[in-house]
Design a protein. Structure first.
Length: 203
C-alpha cells in the first residue's frame, strides 16, 4: 500500500522556521512514498521566497510532485505576470508546472489551475481549460487499469466540507465528469482533498 503526504500553501516569505523544521522532520521521518505539494510555495512570488522554497524541497527525502498556486505568480510585476508568469517557479521549483508521476500502484496527474489574469475582479481564483481536461483524460486513459488515479490542482474541484458555498475552480463540473470517466479516485487541492463520489479511498 502506497503512502502519500499532501501538503500545500507553504507561503515561504511568511513562514516560521520552527514550523518548517518540524514539517521536514515529520516528512523525512515518515518517508512517504510520495509528497504532493499543491501550490502556493511563496507569499508574493519574490525570488528570495523561491530560494527558501527550493531549500525546503532539496531537503525532502521522498520523491515529490507539485503544481503552482496563485501566490506563485507576481502580483506586483505586471509585465512578468503577463509575459512569463511562471519563470521563477520553473527556475526554482520545477520546469514542468504540470508533471505526471506514476509507479506500479498509483498515477498522479498535476494540473496548473493558476491564471495570469481572468475576467473577474479577483485574479486569485483559478480555472482549468478544456485543453487541460482533454490532456488529463488522455493521460489517465493510457495508464494501466490497475493504477489508482489521482489528480492534483491548487484550486479545489469541490467545495470543502466546512465551506459548502466556497468557490471552486472554473470548469470544475467538466473536469469532474472527465475524471469520473477515466476512473480518478482522489482529487487533491490547495484548500481541500476529496475522495471522488465515484471512487474508493486510498487505503
Amino acid at each position: 500500500m502506497k503512502r502519500i503526504a499532501h501538503i500545500s500553501d507553504l507561503h515561504f516569505g511568511r513562514t516560521d522556521p520552527t514550523v518548517v523544521e518540524g514539517l521536514l522532520a515529520e516528512l523525512n521521518g515518515d518517508r512517504p512514498d510520495l509528497v504532493v505539494i499543491s501550490g502556493d510555495f511563496t507569499m508574493r512570488a519574490r525570488e528570495h521566497e523561491y530560494v527558501e522554497a527550493r531549500a525546503f524541497l532539496d531537503r525532502l527525502v521522498s520523491p515529490w510532485v507539485a503544481v503552482p498556486g496563485n501566490h506563485d505568480i507576481s502580483a506586483y510585476y505586471r509585465i512578468q505576470r503577463f509575459i512569463n508568469p511562471f519563470r521563477l517557479y520553473k527556475r526554482y521549483v520545477s520546469p514542468d508546472p504540470e508533471p505526471v508521476w506514476k509507479d506500479d500502484e498509483i498515477a498522479v496527474v498535476c494540473l496548473n489551475t493558476a491564471r495570469r489574469w481572468a475576467l473577474d475582479t479577483d485574479w486569485s481564483q483559478g480555472s482549468i481549460s478544456r485543453g487541460q481536461i482533454n490532456r488529463a483524460e488522455k493521460l489517465f486513459q493510457a495508464f494501466p487499469d490497475n493504477l489508482f488515479r489521482i489528480v492534483v490542482g491548487h484550486h479545489p474541484f469541490l467545495p470543502p466540507p466546512w465551506d459548502p458555498e466556497g468557490r471552486i475552480v472554473g470548469r470544475a463540473d467538466l473536469a469532474l465528469a472527465a475524471f469520473e470517466r477515466r476512473g480518478v479516485r482522489l482529487a487533491l487541492a490547495g484548500r481541500a482533498a476529496h475522495p471522488l463520489p465515484c471512487g474508493r479511498g486510498l487505503g
